[in-house]
Write a protein that binds this ligand. Structure first.
Ligand SMILES: [Zn+2]
Length: 259
């Protein structure tokens, strides 16, 4: 609020916290945005050129099912054949690393909602084929308590950005998180799967947006895949014709054993 004290007379500084945050937003709009990673001022985008060049975009060749793993001679990885997911295909824009983590955290915890269009554009490019066949986007929902604490769902922000760019509508209310799951951070793969067991459900009034439709789940980060797996199962149980997964960043798979 250093800026505010210089720009506005004392009486205006005594406004309530609501007005103060509105004021902050106004100043944010007036000031040039900062790079989400290194905090250098940037023009018109959320990342400076140096940080942008460090982003690791995911391109082919990858397993056509998982959107990850070098499939080798075939089009599917051994992982996809041995342990196929409930969803059909997954795609991610970038690898989860220092730079993409900074973007995700800025969007999620730093109120950098201005980053959503840029991240949505990259997601849209990574998922072009999936989106061309999609009837609707389904953001991975937050439990209402977390939504209340954070005020917004970052996956819904990304889904809205992808929707604006592609014209694929968002099926709002298609999926609910009915169990307040613990944070997935620090949990093993098995613990993550148990954590989201029964956590997602298609509510009665969401069924019409799901049954017989081709859906694309949208999330910010794909780690073990347990969350999107839980979502995909719930949507398929409610009669979805197809469920694909599209995320901003995915965590690198653990070293695979050669077969
Ligand atoms: Zn930077």
């Amino acid at each position: 609020m250093l800026f505010a004290s210089k720009l506005f007379p004392a009486p205006l500084q005594r406004v309530g916290s609501v007005a103060q945050s509105a004021l902050r937003r106004m100043l944010d709009l007036a000031l040039p945005p900062l790079c989400a990673t290194c905090r250098e001022p940037v023009e018109g985008r959320g990342l400076c050129p140096a940080c942008w060049s460090k982003l690791s975009f995911i391109t082919r060749p990858y397993c056509e099912r998982l959107g990850s793993y070098d499939p080798g001679p075939g089009i599917l990885s051994m992982e996809a054949i041995a342990d196929p997911p409930a969803y059909n295909r997954a795609r991610a824009a970038v690898r989860f690393d220092e730079i993409s983590r900074a973007l995700v955290h800025a969007l999620k915890y730093g109120d950098r909602l201005d980053l959503a269009p840029m991240m949505g554009r990259w997601i849209g490019q990574a998922g072009r084929e999936l989106l061309a066949e999609a009837d609707a986007l389904v953001p991975v929902p937050l439990h209402w308590r977390r939504l209340w604490a954070r005020r917004f769902n970052q996956s819904a922000m990304l889904a809205a950005a992808v929707s604006r760019q592609t014209g694929v509508p968002v099926a709002a209310g298609a999926l609910k998180r009915v169990k307040p799951t613990a944070q997935q951070v620090g949990l093993s793969r098995t613990e993550r799967a148990a954590n989201v067991q029964g956590a997602f459900r298609v509510p009665g009034d969401g069924k019409s947006g799901v049954t017989g439709r081709r859906l694309v789940l949208i999330d910010d980060v794909l780690t073990s895949g347990a969350t999107v797996e839980g979502c995909a199962r719930a949507l398929l149980r409610a009669g979805a014709a197809n469920v694909d997964v599209l995320v901003f960043a995915r965590v690198a798979e653990p070293a695979r054993t050669s077969i």
